[in-house]
Structure formats: structure tokens, C-alpha cells
Design a protein around this ligand. Structure first.
Ligand code: GLU
Length: 550
């Protein structure tokens, strides 16, 4: 054995497999030409964040558009920051938003696929095998520096005004011999394994980012850590080994990782791997007092994906909205293909925003209203009740007491060629439909200024006498028009406009009075349909209450 081989045995004596073993275990994927393999690799250190959902969508649609594979990998090497239930929350959240996972963690507890395990804490032996090979080749070495020693180096570098870090002549153990290392290990000294960097600060690396275009950066000359003293790899090293063995073709991740690309490309080369293509996703931004800033987990409720679920934004609407953020050509496509799943959209990474798109709740509301308007009353019923079951028990009870009635409420101005576009999220539904449910009905009988109380009462009394719950919309309005002249109102708006001084108002005003009488509101969807759903007895009862309360 030469001294590098002795060093490798000294540092990682328990590793007996070779890298060839893993290369054979995880052969190339059998996919059609051009298929992209993408992934998200969340750390379970917090709940599902909008940025992660967005990155997952971009990765998913990239794989879908090329008949590729999208998988999940859990990067849990930092056990101290892990939160209980973190994996479940992230994966369940993706499932809730319809982001299909082909491979990796498909639920909080279940992994599937031939390239696993998909959890870094279960892959220690794999990383160590690759590190051992680098040590054997003299490309990595043990470093025994303590935190205090590293701090002292840093202070000295700052005093001398040179670049900080473990590089060049500052890399104390770069040339440590087998004998020196053995003596320190025999003393029980802990060590990390560092890369023996072959990079030079003066040289540039150039790479083509699939989202941001050409990027130029200095080569990495830092002997950064590959394996920590507990045998767990750093993010950089695990990324190279995992994305190589899992055959990722495109690493599409948050742009906070751009500055690490020189390290990553260097690692791929040193390990003899083909580097993946990189694409760095700009963060979703928010306007704060006129200034654009990154959406923040701390300040913005919408940064946590739970916000959308609690508010009752339909997951499809959120995804459609995020597609408009992801692709500048999505909205045109959506207009041309109103009923097609977003999955059929041909996504192009080049169409992504380079500077960071703004999160815009007004736009989300707009997209949602459009999508919700296309749902059938049965779908609305299923979705609202599912939402209410989780977030508003009282509303759930009311909605499910008489499902047929509730469905007929949701059918008003729906299931028609020009459906209503008034609901953006389910949390609005309770207030919105309150007048359709006795338990929630809190009428406001305030009349418009141009109508006096006596006229309103006269009209409602006259209407009660002719009201027929079998009327269609035309007949329904004709009855109002017929009453109008008997109390000094014009039957036709035209008439009123031609001679406003001759009338108190027109039939349209009287329909508003009826609307207020029956629903306690000035604005509702089609009143004739509402009255049909409420039924004759309820309508008469409400009109009587209105007459007495006006
Ligand atoms: N674990 C990293 C993170 O959560 C993943 C970055 C990547 O996708 O490579 O930011």
C-alpha cells in the first residue's frame, strides 16, 4: 500500500465497498432521448415553504415536458435543525398541490424507486466510500484543526487583509503525512476530511445556467470540508454523489446556491462524474412599502404553504397562479387552453424570470376566480366541504346537513355558459352564501337612497300577491315590471331615462328592493334562481320579515 492508500484505510477502516460497487448498483436510467431527470432535495428543517413548492413545480413540469422523472430526496444531514414531522409536511404538501412524485419520498414515510435510499442520513456508507476513494487518490486529506485554530487563522487573514478561508498556504493539514495523521488519531483527535483543491482563484469557470444564462466565477481554491467529524457529508459533497448516482440531468434549485457552483463543478470533475445542467431559480419577491424584497418566512404568512390551504385557495388555482409566475408565456397559453391541465403546457426554463417575480395576491385572486368559475356545482360542493371539514367545523355542519340543498345553492349561476366569477377561495364562501342558510342569515334591510320605505313596502306587498315560484327568469321579471306603474315606477329603464321627473324609479330599482327583502343584500347572483332554491315558504317568510323591519 502506498501512503495515500494507508491514509484511506486509517481514516475510514470500516468502508469495504468500492465506488464501482455503487456505480454498478445504480446504472444509467433507461429513458428516451432528451428526457430530463429533476428533483427537489428539501431539508426537513421547516414546513413547506412557497419557494420549495415553486421549485417543485418548476422541476415537475420540466420532467413532465420531456417525459422525464421527477423525484424527491430528503437532505437531513443537519439533524440539529430538523423539525418533527418535517418530511411529512413537505411531501404531503406537494401531494396536496397535485405535484406528482415519480420516485423518492412519495409520502412522509414511504420511499419508492431503484436509486434509493432517498434520505441522506441513510447514505453515510455511500458518501464515505467516495471520500475514501478520493483519499486513496491523494485528492482529499484529514484536517485536525479545532474551531479555535480556524478562528485564529481567520483573524490573522483579516489582519493581513487577505481572503479568509482554508486555502493555499493557510491550509494547515494539506500536506499532512500518514504518520502525522496516525499519531493524532491515536491520541483520539477528531478530524474532518477536506478536498485538496486544485483550483486557482485567478482562473475563471464559465457555465451556462439554464435559467440565468452564462455565468462566470473564479475557480474554487478552498479546501472545503467533504466529510464532517461525525462521518456525515457536507451539502456540497452529498449533492455531487447523490445527483450523480441518481442520474439527475438538471439541478433546478434556489439561486442562493449559485455561489457554490464552482465548488460543485469542481467536485463532479474530481470525482470523475459528468456534471448536471444547473438552473438557478430566483426567489419569489414581495412588495414592501414600494420596495421589492425576498418573501420571508418570518414576515409573510403566505410564505408558508399552509396559508393557502387555510384560506381555502384551491390547490389547482395556486398551481395555475405559480405557473404564471414561472413562465411568462403561460397566461397566453391558458387563455387559448382554458380547460386543459397545466401539465400539457410546454415549459421552457428560458422563459423564467431572472430577477425574481413578485407574489401578487390580486393576481392569485383573479386566476382563482377564473378557475373556480369552471368548476361544476358538484365539484364546488366537494371542495368546499373538504375545506370546511378541516378549517371551519360549524360551516361544515351547515353545508352537509342537506347536501342536495347545498348543491343547488352552489349551482346558482354555475353549470351555465357564462358562470359566475365571484369566489376566489373557500374561506369567503361562508360570508358569501350566508343568506342561503338560515343559521347564517343576518339581513341588512337598508334601502338605496332613491327608494323610500313606503314604496318599498307597497311593492313587497304587491309582489307577494303575484309571486309564483314556478316562474322562469322572464316571467319573474315581467311581474315586477307589471307592478311598477301601479306605484309610480317605470316598467322600462328607457322610459325612466327619457323622463326621470315623471317616475320614482324603474323596475330595476324594484328588483333591488326584492333582493334586499329576500336576501338582505343589494348584490347577489341571479335572484330568480336564488328564490327558486330558497323555496316559496322561505321567500314569503323573508319578505314578511322585511316588510315588518323596513
Ligand atoms: N437541501 C438543499 C436546500 O434545501 C437543496 C438544494 C438543492 O436543491 O440542491 O436548500
Amino acid at each position: 500500500m502506498n501512503s495515500n492508500e494507508l491514509m484511506a484505510e486509517l481514516l475510514l477502516p470500516n468502508i469495504t465497498k468500492t465506488t464501482d460497487y455503487y456505480e454498478n448498483l445504480y446504472p444509467a436510467r433507461n429513458l428516451p432521448e432528451g428526457a430530463r431527470v429533476t428533483r427537489i432535495a428539501p431539508s426537513p428543517t421547516g414546513y413547506l415553504h412557497l419557494g420549495t413548492l415553486f421549485a417543485a413545480l418548476v422541476n415537475r413540469i420540466t420532467a413532465t415536458s420531456t417525459n422525464g422523472i421527477f423525484y424527491t430526496r430528503i437532505e437531513d444531514t443537519d439533524k440539529k435543525r430538523e423539525i418533527e414531522g418535517g418530511i411529512e409536511d413537505i411531501i404531503d404538501g406537494l401531494n396536496r398541490f397535485g405535484i406528482t412524485i415519480d420516485e423518492g419520498f412519495v409520502s412522509g414515510t414511504e420511499q419508492k424507486g431503484e436509486y434509493g435510499p432517498y434520505q441522506q442520513s441513510q447514505r453515510a456508507e455511500i458518501y464515505q466510500t467516495y471520500v475514501k476513494e478520493l483519499i486513496r487518490q491523494g485528492l482529499a486529506y484529514p484536517c485536525f484543526c479545532t474551531a479555535e485554530e480556524l478562528e485564529a487563522v481567520r483573524t490573522e487573514q483579516e489582519a493581513q487583509k487577505v481572503r479568509t478561508g482554508y486555502h493555499g498556504k493557510w491550509a494547515k493539514h494539506r500536506d499532512i503525512s500518514y504518520e502525522e495523521a496516525k499519531a493524532l488519531i491515536d491520541e483520539g483527535k477528531p478530524f474532518v476530511v477536506r478536498l485538496k483543491s486544485n483550483g486557482n482563484e485567478e482562473n475563471k469557470i464559465i457555465f451556462e445556467d439554464t435559467i440565468k444564462g452564462k455565468i462566470e466565477m473564479p475557480e474554487n481554491d478552498e479546501d472545503f470540508v467533504l466529510l464532517k467529524s461525525d462521518g456525515i457529508p457536507t451539502y456540497h459533497f452529498a449533492h455531487a454523489v447523490d445527483d450523480h448516482l441518481m442520474h439527475t440531468t438538471h439541478v433546478l434549485r434556489g439561486d442562493e446556491w449559485i455561489s457554490s457552483v464552482p465548488k460543485h463543478i469542481q467536485l463532479f470533475k474530481i470525482l470523475g462524474f459528468k456534471p448536471p445542467k444547473y438552473g438557478h431559480i430566483s426567489p419569489i419577491m414581495k412588495l414592501d412599502n414600494g420596495a421589492k424584497r425576498k418573501i420571508s418566512k418570518r414576515k409573510d404568512p403566505e410564505a408558508a404553504v399552509h396559508f393557502f390551504a387555510e384560506q381555502g385557495y384551491d390547490s389547482e388555482c395556486v398551481i395555475d397562479y405559480l405557473m404564471t409566475v414561472a413562465a411568462s408565456d403561460f397566461e397566453d397559453w391558458r387563455r387559448a387552453n382554458p380547460d386543459t391541465s397545466y401539465k400539457a403546457f410546454k415549459f421552457n426554463l428560458k422563459k423564467m424570470s431572472v430577477s425574481g417575480a413578485l407574489f401578487d395576491e390580486v393576481k392569485l385572486t383573479d386566476v382563482s376566480k377564473n378557475r373556480v368559475s369552471k368548476l361544476s356545482s358538484g365539484e364546488v360542493y366537494d371542495k368546499i366541504t373538504a375545506w370546511a371539514k378541516e378549517f371551519d367545523g360549524e360551516f361544515y355542519e351547515i353545508l352537509t346537513k342537506n347536501p342536495e340543498y347545498t348543491k343547488s345553492v352552489f349551482a346558482i349561476d354555475r353549470d351555465v355558459p357564462k358562470p359566475r366569477k365571484d369566489i376566489a377561495k373557500w374561506s369567503e364562501a361562508k360570508e358569501y352564501f350566508s343568506y342561503m342558510f338560515g343559521e347564517l342569515y343576518t339581513p341588512n334591510f337598508t334601502l338605496p337612497e332613491n327608494i323610500n320605505t313606503e314604496d318599498a313596502k307597497d311593492f313587497l306587498n304587491a309582489y307577494k300577491d303575484v309571486y309564483d315560484d314556478k316562474d322562469d327568469r322572464q316571467q319573474w321579471f315581467d311581474r315586477i315590471k307589471a307592478i311598477a306603474p301601479t306605484i309610480g315606477f317605470a316598467s322600462e329603464t328607457k322610459q325612466y331615462k327619457a323622463e326621470p321627473e315623471s317616475y320614482k324609479g324603474h323596475a330595476g330599482d324594484l328588483s333591488t328592493v326584492l333582493r334586499i327583502g329576500v336576501t338582505g343584500r343589494r348584490n347577489t347572483p341571479d335572484l330568480c334562481s336564488i328564490m327558486q332554491v330558497l323555496g316559496r315558504d322561505e321567500c314569503i317568510k323573508r319578505i314578511d320579515t322585511a316588510i315588518n323591519s323596513l
